[in-house]
Write a protein that binds this ligand. Structure first.
Ligand code: NDP
Length: 289
């Protein structure tokens, strides 16, 4: 079987290109979308993510306001900054990069973000809207998974989709979105016995675990669509330190119907959809928006 490799980087480019007209329309209403990104501490991976997100916004014509705070920042100081940004009319989206230092409750911070500026879609009000099929902001990574499936022409209605991972930011929202598209959805996690037996039944597999190549080719049905959300470092061997996903990509070429690579699959989509959510937030706020 010839496996279709879904090019997330190319799709992300076309999404970015499509935003230009919406940013221009907002400029006609004297509105420029603005995103505030808050980074607490010096975690190197978070610094890279924040840089990439800010750059993606600037390339789309979105104003980017970066707030880099020391790891010693108190929860109250962070809440005060969020409150200021909630009231700032130049800021349409607020993103707090996770994880936060242990002494700060991520839940408390997320709840403090004005729901109409919560472009990550993590506020309980936005989670509820997503769960009831009325999404205001779909979280970027789950939205990216759905766009990749649509782009590849994968039929979801009546198909069995298996999501591996149940985190609030990936697994659970992906499962809800697949359900909305009429798939029959199974969610697996670390307590699922015989993971392979469940995955082998899937027409669509979404892997969001965080374990390098944990899902082997023998666990996947021939012709299945495979979306690999995982981003892991290869622990050893000649490619040690390079990135890989949660599935055995090389082993699935020739067996899966379609598959996303790592890097170059879900990752670029996550970055591209943040500017889109920010433009959406600015459209809501604009006159007659
Ligand atoms: P979490 O660590 O929050 O969740 C991982 C999930 O995997 C948990 O639900 C856990 O189960 C489950 N799990 C762990 N071990 C097993 C196992 N042996 N069998 C079955 N399930 C298992 O991770 P995230 O959801 O935040 O991220 C998942 C991956 O996606 C990571 O590699 C992360 O880097 C990547 N990621 C990529 C993004 C992108 O843009 N491409 C964006 C966000 C994340 P349990 O709940 O029982 O512990």
């Amino acid at each position: 079987m010839k496996t279709q490799v879904i090019d997330g980087a190319a799709l992300a480019r076309s999404i970015r290109a499509g935003l230009g007209a919406r940013v221009t329309a907002l400029a006609g209403k004297n509105a420029r979308p603005g995103l505030a990104v808050i980074l607490v501490g010096e975690d190197p991976a978070s610094q890279v993510y924040v840089r990439n997100k800010s750059r993606a916004c600037e390339e789309a014509g979105i104003a980017s306001f970066q707030h880099s705070l020391p790891a010693s920042t108190s929860q109250q100081q962070l809440l005060t900054l969020v409150g200021t940004l909630n009231r700032d009319p130049a800021v349409h989206g607020i993103l707090v990069q996770l994880p936060l230092p242990k002494h700060i409750s991520a839940d408390a911070i997320i709840r403090a973000i004005a729901p109409e500026k919560d472009v990550d879609g993590f506020h309980p009000e936005n989670v509820g809207l997503l769960a009831t099929g009325n999404a205001r902001f779909v979280p970027c990574t789950p939205a990216g998974v759905m766009r990749l499936l649509a782009h590849a022409g994968v039929e979801l209605a009546g198909k069995h989709a298996v999501v591996v991972g149940r985190s609030n930011i990936v697994g659970k929202p992906v499962a809800l979105l697949l359900l909305e598209k009429h798939a029959t959805v199974t969610i697996c996690h670390s307590r699922t016995p015989d993971l392979g037996a469940v995955i082998r039944q899937a027409d669509v597999v979404v892997a969001a675990v965080g374990k390098p190549r944990m899902i082997g080719a023998e666990m996947v049905k021939s012709g299945a669509a495979v979306i690999d959300v995982g981003i892991n470092r290869i622990p050893d061997g000649p490619n040690a330190g390079k990135l890989c996903g949660d599935v055995d990509y090389a082993g699935l070429l020739g067996k899966a119907g379609c598959i996303t690579p790592v890097p170059g699959g879900v990752g670029p989509m996550t970055i591209a959809l943040l500017p889109e959510n920010t433009v959406r937030a600015a459209e809501f706020a604009a006159p007659n928006g």
